[in-house]
Each structure stands twice: as C-alpha cells, then as structure tokens.
Write a protein that binds this ligand. Structure first.
Ligand code: CA
Length: 225
C-alpha cells in the first residue's frame, strides 16, 4: 500500500500498518474499489479510519454527523463502531459517489444507521439546527470542499454537545499550508481555518499529523448555553 500518512518513510508506514491495522474485510474491499476511481485519492487512509473508530468508541457516541461522504469509507468505519441504535446524519452532493457508499452500507448491514442527505451540506446542517437538534450530536467529521470548512465547522460546533468532538480532515493539505509560495485559494482557506481554530477558546484542540492532517476540536463544556 502506498504511504498515506505524510512525513512517514514508507518502511515505517508499512510497519505501523503491520502491527496495528485491523481493517474489516468489507472496508478493505471498499478501499480497493475506491482506489480504482479517478478521485480515489479523496478517500481517507485506513489508519485514519481506525483512529476515528476509536474516537467514536471513546466518546460513547450514539449520534454522529458527516460532512462529505464520497464513497463511504469514513461513514462505514464510524457506523461499524457505533452501537446498534447509533445514527449517522451524512451529507454529500454526489449521487454517483454515494451510490458506491450505499452499496457497501447495505452489504455491511448498517444502512439503517445512516441517514443520507443529498444536498449542499449547509442546507442540511441548517435544517438540523432549525429542527432543534443543536447539542445532540456526539461526533462530527468534516471532509468536504475546503472553501466551506468554516461554515461547516461553525454549524457543527452548534450541533455537537458540550464534550462532543469535531474532526476536520486535510488540515495539512499535503504540506502546502507551510509553503509560503502556495497562494492557491484552497490552501489559503485551510491556512485561515487552522489559524482561527488555534485562537478559538470554545474548543480544546489538537492537530494530529495522521494521513493528511486531522484536527480534533473538542467542544468545551463551558461553551454550552
Ligand atoms: Ca479528506
């Protein structure tokens, strides 16, 4: 498997996987199918998926949010980590990508846990807030268009409970965030987003250098109300 966590030598990455990865067969199949897809690099890495499953278990999560489904690896990994009554509200705009996701959710028997909304995520998140679902989610995973990150984050912060966790993907952006020459609009958005979270006192923060960089933002209980 090609190296997917940035900054690790291939042999050390292979070793890490060899002594820690416990990927269910269905996730391996989904990962292999997605790798054939022209946008396959958008898929999260297996060690990141396993890390997120562990976070969901640590939180005792029952209700989670996903912004950006793609072919469903992260939602499937979370669904398998949730208890039988667990629920995921999943947002994506692509019927094509999520058709692959739905096929695997069905095969894994987790379809009943996942409520998929095909619409701009902002609309779905605003509907959840209007429906009185603020502070009812335990966990949120944001992995969609980078220009929308700040909007997704602000809404997710309202939707997760105090003591809930938001995980935001691609915050190291293949290292481009640290290259001052890179003035690409997406790179600039991620830089600004990272700087904002650094100062945000509503959360406790860790930027974990797994895969393409995963920021964990834990909603501080005092920010409730
Ligand atoms: Ca991603």
């Amino acid at each position: 498997m090609g190296k997917q966590t940035i900054g690790l030598e291939q042999n050390l990455y292979d070793y890490l996987l060899s002594v820690s990865l416990r990927e269910p067969e269905i996730l391996t199949q989904l990962r292999q199918e997605t790798a054939q897809h022209p946008s396959g690099r958008m898929q999260i890495s297996p060690e990141q998926g396993q890390f997120m499953a562990l976070l969901v278990q640590l939180l005792g999560a029952k209700k989670t949010l996903e912004v950006g489904v793609f072919t469903g690896y992260s939602s499937l990994v979370v669904a398998l980590a949730l208890p039988p009554e667990g629920k995921i509200v999943a947002c994506d705009i692509s019927e094509e990508f999520t058709a692959i996701a739905r096929r695997y959710w069905q095969q894994a028997g987790v379809t009943d846990k996942i409520d998929l909304h095909i619409a701009p995520a902002i609309e779905t998140l605003d509907q959840l807030l209007a429906a009185g679902e603020a502070e009812t989610f335990d966990f949120a995973f944001i992995d969609a268009d980078k220009s929308g990150y700040d909007n997704y984050y602000e809404r997710s912060l309202k939707l997760v409970r105090p003591g809930g966790l938001i995980a935001i993907d691609n915050v190291l952006w293949s290292g481009r965030v640290a290259d001052p020459e890179d003035q690409n609009s997406q790179t600039k958005k991620i830089r600004a987003f990272n700087q904002k979270l650094h100062q945000d006192q509503r959360i406790s923060l860790s930027l974990v250098p797994i895969a393409d960089g995963l920021t964990l933002a834990w909603k501080r209980p005092q920010s409730a109300g």
